[in-house]
Design a protein around this ligand. Structure first.
Ligand code: ZN
Ligand code: ZN
Ligand code: ZN
Length: 383
């Protein structure tokens, strides 16, 4: 490993540090998630992905046709599509789809044996489906999380070779007091959070076996699981179209053909933007052990990316990083990252319970406490 986790004196209690120099643009490390789950609305709107690794199951052309609502659209250079439809398999019991038999086997051995249920022979919704529906009723797109990662996390503990060790691995993500958990859950579930909490809790109790995870299935345990996914959940995005764009743009083409392709791609993005807006990717949330050890900075020196077009995370250096330097990421999305210091601090405090002391925040320490324009607009709109 070219990095190390060190104890540091902040809310997380640890940080990730470089053990060698990383030039800008290089991959610092890669890791697969402990668990990953597609967002609930994203899945129900037919963004077809592998149930385990979120790899797209549509071809680039199918993806482009759906996002532009144009069934006649034909993508040139189909060899640049990376979706292998012949490898797709589905669970014979419940029908969920996987990108490969490898993913199906891994999923079954890690958590799916516990969570698989026959959908076809039932009249009533299975408690897991009820949980998903209850979540969707209060968490509309744009989505930032899904409760469905929690059953997967619990089943991963239960099916582990050493469940006690796996439970400890999960608990390392969560080190807060009941009061702090409650604040975070309030933010995650919204104003009626206490009713929501009890509603979701009662369905979850019906939906999963309890053996070995009893301590997480008390109401406080459930609350701390929600706080855990709220503070550690990392967004994952995959896309058949963007993979095709990357690959086709690398083709060694004559100038005229290259120009034609560029024009085609520009038009494609215009059309997708008009029909599907910001909802272009397959999206979900995942828990990563290394990445979640990285602290936030408003001027981060690295960023999580998905170079393999599945849930495998690649942390890429955004600038030259020297050996010994702390590796930081942004917990704020791009839009929030450019708001005023006051706005950033408000969001970080509400969602992560800490006050940022990064170089940018320190340099802006004398800025007036005003919210940035976008946020004022948001507040006006919600009034
Ligand atoms: Zn897969
Ligand atoms: Zn199944
Ligand atoms: Zn900051």
């Amino acid at each position: 490993m070219d990095i190390e986790i060190r104890t540091v004196n902040n809310i997380k209690g640890r940080g990730v540090f470089a053990k060698k120099n990383f030039p800008s643009g290089t991959v610092i490390f890669e890791e697969d998630p402990l668990v990953c789950c597609q967002f609930s609305w994203n899945a129900s709107y037919m963004y077809r992905t592998c149930h385990h690794c979120l790899r797209p199951l549509e071809t680039a052309q199918e993806n482009a046709q759906r996002l532009t609502a144009n069934e006649e659209l034909i993508l040139p250079y189909p060899e640049c599509c990376s979706t292998d439809k012949s490898a797709i398999v589905s669970c014979i019991l419940c029908g969920v789809e996987y990108c490969s038999s490898d993913c199906m086997t891994i999923a079954f051995n890690r958590y799916h044996r516990t969570l698989c249920f026959k959908t076809k022979e039932r009249n009533n919704l299975h408690p897991l489906e009820q949980l998903n529906e209850a979540w969707k009723q209060t968490h509309y797109p744009p989505e930032t999380n899904t409760i469905m990662i929690i059953p997967r996390l619990l089943a991963t503990i239960q099916q582990a070779d050493n469940p006690d060790q796996m439970l400890q691995n999960v608990l390392q993500f969560s080190h807060r007091t009941i009061n702090e958990d409650a604040q975070l859950v309030h933010k995650l579930l919204g104003d009626k959070f206490s009713e929501q909490l009890v509603l979701l809790y009662n369905i979850l109790l019906q939906a999963v076996p309890h053996k070995g995870v009893e301590q997480l299935l008390t109401i406080e345990g459930f609350q701390s699981l929600l706080a855990l996914i709220g503070t550690n959940g990392q967004g994952v995005g995959t896309s058949a179209v963007s993979q095709w764009v990357t690959r086709s743009s690398e083709l060694p083409l004559p100038d005229a053909e290259k120009q034609q392709l560029d024009n085609f791609i520009d038009k494609l993005y215009e059309d997708m933007d008009r029909v599907s807006g910001n909802f272009l990717n397959n999206e979900g949330v995942a828990l990563f052990s290394l990445q979640s050890s990285a602290n936030h900075s408003c001027v981060p020196n690295s960023e999580p990316t998905y170079l393999h077009n599945n849930s495998r995370l690649s942390l890429v250096a955004l600038k030259d990083i020297a050996a010994g330097e702390e590796i930081t990421i942004s917990y704020l999305d791009e839009c929030n990252l450019f708001r005023s210091r006051h706005s950033r601090h408000k969001i970080l405090m509400e969602n992560y319970l800490f006050i940022c002391q990064c170089p940018k925040c320190e340099s802006q320490v004398n800025d007036p406490d005003v919210t940035s324009n976008e946020e004022e607009d948001d507040e006006e709109m919600s009034e």
